[in-house]
Design a protein around this ligand. Structure first.
Ligand code: ZN
Length: 218
């Protein structure tokens, strides 16, 4: 983009903090100084958890307050460019907690129907942005074989598990076999979606599955 066009776009659409939507000062990238300090970060051991089939899942942020509102705008109101800021933050946590533990980067895919409605796959955008900082291009190895109701409408862990059971398929077992997979998604809630994907990946021969999400709900 030319510098002139960039200046014009900044005048028309001044860059705002992806979390609190306040105008950014010169030199601030994606996150305002206040949010950079005050976001509900998960640090040290608090950033780490394990779930069924996943040896380690890490998340930089707790899914609450402005983080939750921001992710809602990202998923449901077209703010696809938030992926840049999210990806940089998540990549930092991946480096700190998962360095040397994975060989292949992938993501939890949307169904073709949901992708058509939304116009983009938010987990792929997040994985691509994080991948740029980790010098890895995400590889498509999972696909959604069935359209299921959104997990966000279900609160019980058992219902969420049932809702995702048998929904994903490994589209490229030859790429997965004996590899250690880093699986990305925007939010981890009960872990049922990520665990189901991990089960499919392990069935296809993955040596290990670790996960990274921008935020953690529980
Ligand atoms: Zn802010």
């Amino acid at each position: 983009m030319s510098r002139g066009l960039e200046v014009l776009l900044d005048l028309l659409f001044p860059p705002r903090c992806v979390f609190c939507s306040s105008l950014l000062e010169d030199g601030e990238q994606g996150i305002c100084a206040h949010c950079r300090r005050a976001l509900p970060y998960l640090r040290g051991e608090a950033a780490r958890q394990s779930c069924e089939g996943i040896s380690l899942a890490v998340s930089p942020l707790r899914y609450e307050g402005e983080v939750r509102e921001s992710i809602r705008r990202y998923k449901f109101h077209g703010r696809r460019w938030y992926a840049e800021t999210y990806g940089l933050l998540t990549a930092e946590w991946i480096r700190a907690h998962l360095e040397g533990r994975w060989d292949l980067l992938t993501w939890v895919p949307l169904s073709p129907k949901r992708k058509r409605q939304r116009g983009y796959d938010q987990a792929w955008l997040l994985a691509s942005a994080a991948g740029r900082h980790l010098e890895q291009t995400p590889v498509e190895v999972l696909c959604k074989a069935k359209h299921n109701p959104a997990q966000s409408g279900l609160t019980e862990a058992a219902d969420r598990r049932k809702n995702v059971s048998g929904v994903y398929r490994c589209a490229a077992p030859e790429l997965v076999r004996d590899r250690r997979i880093l699986l990305m998604d925007d939010v981890i809630t009960t872990g049922s979606t990520l665990s189901e994907c991990a089960r499919v990946l392990r069935e296809a021969g993955a040596a290990d599955v670790v996960c990274a999400t921008l935020a953690r709900a529980r």
